[in-house]
Ligand binder design. Sequence first.
Ligand code: CO
Length: 339
Amino acid sequence: MTETRLTKYSHGAGCACKLGPSELSDLLGPIRGHPATTHPSLEVGLDTGDDAGVFSIGEGRSLVQSVDIFTPVVDSPRDWGRIAGANALSDLYAMGAEPLTALQFLAWPRDQLPFATASDVMAGGMELMEAAGCTVVGGHSIDGPEPTYGFAVTGIAPSDGVVTNAGAKPGDVLILTKPLGIGIITTAIKRGIAPDDVVKTAIGAMAALNDVAGSELRVHGATAATDVTGFGLAGHLLEMCSASGVGAEIDFDRVPVIEGALELLERGAWAGGSQRNLKSVRGSIKTDLPDAAMRLLADAQTSGGLLVALPAERAAAYAAAVGGWEIGRLSDGDGIALS
Ligand code: CO
């Protein structure tokens, strides 16, 4: 019996199956401002493209909530479950919140894949939630054409300690806490061309919690933060730039990339979602660098790192505390200058 290759059942790779920024904006257009999306206690809602919603519950505390589900990014059920857990929680960490509870969601093609495989996926999810100290309180499962898994998560934060993507200032330094290349590698996994050691590194990166990167935000006075997922570094950085009214200067030599990813990109491992990303960000990036640099910046990440803006004098201490890389700084222009 051959091992089940989960990625065979997935049309897109992880967060690369997310709708594009302009598609999302069109889709949400008709419900923007709807009474159901407004409330006096709502601090961060649908309007800002932030990682999670924030709702004040009084006494200086806020609920921080997000949901993230996706199709298989790797072939191992347990690893996929771990990655789905880390990815869902990442939106809470990106806002400076501490995870509290989670609801699990599973869609499963019952005629094509055994339920035992789904149990392995969930075991991976539980492993991550336990590590994060997040209690799984329930969930929902359906029979569906593609295996799909993830969580709706709720965290809690001091209301004055929530970090959005809108507070960055010109001169702030940008720190990235995980290397890029994940979309390229997961696409290569799906095609069966990714070397084992590269896969192992990518799984390690995707399944790593952004917990420390999140809890250190307030300690070091971060002005803005987001996690890098389906829109790629460039897409999420541009969201931060437009929400904060700043531009960004990125030093490409300092951007961390998983070893082996560039070679796989040259071999054509390039996700559909990343192509859409590149189309939507190209006009906002000024650069003389070869196309591969732009592609890496547009590469759709699954469970990527936090992208954090901090005052220049505090950035090095944050980077040291969380094991991050300084990749550039913010300016008073607009768009991204990549050199
Ligand atoms: Co996010």
